[in-house]
Design a protein around this ligand. Structure first.
Ligand code: KG4
Ligand code: ZN
Length: 346
């Protein structure tokens, strides 16, 4: 599938994508939450440079992301990460085929910083601009360093979303299941806070879970139709479990392991159902929670049943700009108008 982009000033048609007939170098910017990131990716799969400035240290003292502070830190970091991405790649703006930026969903003040930087680069250097949906970008993290091609089933698990997606082609995808309440990452972060773990809770909880007994406590799996999910009941069950200790020392590792077992087996069952019903032989995981050890282990066990399984390398699971560049290249439901506005919710 071909895509023609017109640059704003010269109005010169530019073809982006696998059928353009020449090498595409896309520079992308990501700033939807607490990472300021810039990357240059060749032909959607080969990372030339990848720079991420994380704000975790800043937000850790508040126990979560403070949107106004995050936006201000993006402003401070944005030019630095762009310069560094050019430097690492040993490239100049004129070597870039198109500039891309995340449009949403995310924190509006944060998105504005990265999106305006990407638009400005495109305008100043008279190159095409491509706006990218953050969720689609997470999926495209799977194209980096692989030869993965649709169709496949995708499990997207992040701080804000939990979805099962039928990816029919690069540009055609259907959300076939999602959460009715908390996202998986959100459930991880809330449970982590409940048991006194530091922010960001997900990775810490994952680490402690590996030291615990996953069958120490039986936690409830929500019975939800189809490919949908619900995690708020599980969170309440953990709260009740914590209270039952009446202030006595908590068996933290066992609680973490039991929670992780419950979440990962719920996700596994729904993914398997989607694979069986779609008839596809490929599955991918994506989003920040795709870095989770037990979720990866369970989904990768599908390889023993003959399925092809892919997950991005850890650094392309959490927020980064390489996945945004890949998404722009493969035309995964992009917004190609420089007037596109940021949006907060999917
Ligand atoms: O995709 P992401 O970087 O940002 C969003 O778009 O939301 O995902 C961040 C989420 C956070 O909730 C974080 O706690 C969770 O991913 N996360 C993990 C792990 N690493 C990151 N959750 C569980 N286990 C992990 N290893
Ligand atoms: Zn994300």
């Amino acid at each position: 599938m071909k895509m023609i982009k017109n640059t704003l000033f010269s109005q010169k048609p530019v073809t982006i994508g696998p059928e353009s007939g020449y090498d595409n170098y896309i520079m992308a910017i990501e700033s939807s939450c607490d990472e300021t990131a810039c990357a240059i990716v060749k032909n959607g799969r080969e990372v030339i440079s990848n720079v991420v400035a994380s704000q975790i240290k800043t937000h850790a003292q508040y126990g979560g992301v403070i949107p106004e502070i995050a936006a201000r830190e993006h402003l401070e970091a944005i030019n630095v990460v762009i310069d560094e991405a050019f430097k690492q790649a040993d490239m100049k703006p004129n070597d870039i085929t198109a500039f891309a930026g995340t449009v949403g969903p995310g924190l509006v003040g944060c998105l504005l910083v990265g999106l305006n930087a990407a638009k400005t680069l495109a305008l100043v250097h008279d190159k095409p601009f491509i706006g990218v949906n953050h969720l689609n970008a997470h999926l495209c993290g799977n194209y980096i360093d692989t030869d993965l091609k649709p169709p496949y089933i995708a499990l997207l698990v992040s701080g804000g979303h939990t979805q099962i997606i039928d990816v029919k082609s690069y540009s055609e995808q259907k959300i076939i299941g999602e959460t009715f309440d908390d996202a998986v990452g959100e459930a991880y972060d809330k449970v982590a806070r409940l048991i006194g773990l530091p922010y960001p809770g997900g990775p810490v909880l994952d680490k402690l879970a590996r030291e615990g007994n996953p069958f120490a406590f039986k936690l409830p799996e929500a019975k939800v139709d189809g490919y949908n999910f619900s995690f708020s009941g599980l969170k309440t069950a953990v709260l009740r479990l914590v209270k039952s200790f009446n202030g006595k020392e908590l068996p933290i590792n066992d609680i973490c392991a039991s929670f992780q077992e419950c979440v990962s087996s719920t996700l596994f069952k729904k993914v398997k159902k989607a694979l069986l019903e779609s008839g596809y032989n490929q599955v991918v995981i994506a989003g920040g929670v795709a870095a989770n050890s037990e979720i990866r282990k369970k989904i990768f066990s599908l390889e023993n049943e003959g399925y092809k399984v892919n997950a991005p390398a850890m650094k392309y699971c959490t927020d980064n700009a390489a996945m945004v560049a890949s998404c722009a290249y493969f035309n995964t439901n992009t917004f190609d108008d420089v007037d596109v506005e940021v949006f907060s919710r999917a």
